[in-house]
Design a protein around this ligand. Structure first.
Ligand SMILES: [Zn+2]
Length: 449
């Protein structure tokens, strides 16, 4: 056990209390236990009395929370610190320590807090609360308004964040800086670079579900036609898999390579430093190195759902495949749909994109918002390289790009590859020291707002 100050111990106890409230959001909202969400909302003022005395809180879109901390001058645009307090479902199955137990478990590298939401995303949410509470108690007030935006259904519809953006927009608010979950302080993600890197998501890929549908007259399976609806659909999927989207480096990819490459050692330093010559080679390398680097350089497609006939002995009248498509920054849902149509090459397969969400605009890597963020990271994490990247998954922050050009996705925590793999999976956990450093990050950031 590492020794902690009494203040740190109190912070840890509050974090544990909030992880123990199982705020599990479900796509079918009638299955969500809303009492747990109400409990969470009601517990916050008890745990953070100073914050709740100094900031106004509104409930928006049901149970999403928007706090406003009024600035002393308010002569500039406000900052928004985002997080979400819903978590994905977890049962005790496969967990070494129960998902809603918030147990502190000693480990070789120090204590860990174990539980669903410790990384995604109560870790960030509670450290924001801790930082604001400490600042309020110290008598601090920001110069410009600071908003805390806490979504209640990020893992499902994201409707809470959409509603908050609509409210801010109707009030004419244009945030100078928005920070949400996404990147983190990571090691070993980039070949040849040993130093830890703080990766900041400056954009995120688009997302859509492309439905492939084949309809046919049904009938008895004893007298099938030569090409059944299901076989035709299977053929379409095989054709689609054989034709991946083209790989391409975006401007952000190139900036990341230049930034991280400068810290590479050995022959890779030369490869990263001479892109004019090595670019095609490097692009091929990214596409092959792993699923993550491949996803960085192209639109990806994955068939996630299939359906056919209801009965074993009846031909399918309708065969449907859902293709989950993640659209590269610089491309569009329209372009992705066109690619799929041409790859499938069959008029009998109906192709339509559902719930299209375009790739986000790219936030700049220069200017006051970026500089404040990277300065705060460098002051908190010794010797890290700060780099932009394109976030592969979707977050609530994409809705904020409607009202701000400066949306950055970064959680101030060091995460190992193993820990990142526990997001949405079993045994999610965070180092206690790591989490406490996240509070320092937000305190430092708030001190400059
Ligand atoms: Zn999350």
């Amino acid at each position: 056990m590492t020794s902690r100050t009494p203040a740190e111990q109190r912070s840890i106890a509050r974090f544990q209390a909030l992880v123990r409230i199982p705020t599990v959001s479900r796509l079918d909202e009638t299955e969500t236990d809303w009492q747990q969400f109400d409990r969470f909302v009601e517990t916050l003022p008890e745990l953070y009395p100073a914050l709740h005395g100094a900031l106004e809180r509104e409930l928006i879109g049901g149970r999403s929370m928007l706090y406003r901390w009024a600035g002393t001058e308010s002569d500039g645009d406000p900052t928004v610190l985002m997080a979400h307090y819903d978590v994905v479902a977890a049962t005790d199955d496969g967990w070494l320590h129960p998902p809603f137990g918030a147990e502190i478990v000693p480990d070789d590298d120090g204590d860990l807090i174990w539980g669903r939401g410790t990384l995604d995303d109560k870790g960030a949410l509670v450290s924001v609360l801790e930082a604001v509470e400490a600042r309020v108690l110290a008598g601090f007030r920001p110069r410009n308004d600071v908003y805390l935006s806490f979504g209640h259904n990020e893992e499902t519809t994201g409707a809470g964040a959409v509603a908050i953006v609509a409210v801010l927009e109707s009030r004419g608010i244009r945030p100078a800086l928005v920070i949400d979950e996404g990147g983190a302080v990571v090691e070993g993600i980039f070949p040849g670079v040993a130093k830890p890197s703080a990766v900041i998501g400056v954009s995120e890929k688009g997302i859509t579900s492309v439905m492939l549908t084949v309809e046919q007259l049904g009938g008895h399976a004893s007298t099938p036609p030569r090409l059944t609806a299901t076989a035709r659909l299977a053929r379409a999927i095989v054709r689609l898999n054989a034709k991946p989207f083209p790989a391409r480096f975006s401007a952000t990819n190139l900036e990341m390579i230049a930034t991280l490459g400068a810290h590479a050692t050995g022959p890779l330093k030369w490869v990263f430093g001479n892109l004019w010559l090595t670019r095609p080679l490097l692009l091929a390398l990214f596409a092959r190195l792993g699923d993550e680097t491949n996803a960085m350089v192209r639109t990806t497609q994955a068939v996630t759902q299939l359906s056919g006939s209801q009965a074993a002995n009846a031909l399918a009248e309708r065969a449907v495949a859902t293709v989950n498509v993640r659209v590269a920054v610089g491309s569009s849902v329209e372009e992705a749909t066109r690619h799929i149509r041409s790859a499938v090459g069959d008029e009998a397969v109906r192709i339509e994109a559902l719930h299209p969400s375009e790739p986000s605009p790219v936030s700049p890597t220069t200017g006051p918002a970026w500089e404040l963020l990277s300065r705060t990271i460098s002051a908190t994490f010794d010797g890290v390289i700060v780099t932009p990247y394109i976030q592969l998954g979707a977050s609530d922050s994409r809705h904020f790009t409607r009202i701000s050009e400066h949306v950055y996705r970064f959680s101030p925590f060091e995460m190992t590859g193993e820990q990142r793999a526990t997001l949405h999976a079993v045994n999610e956990r965070i180092g206690v020291t790591t989490w406490l450093r996240g509070i320092t990050f937000y305190e430092r950031l708030i001190g400059e707002l």
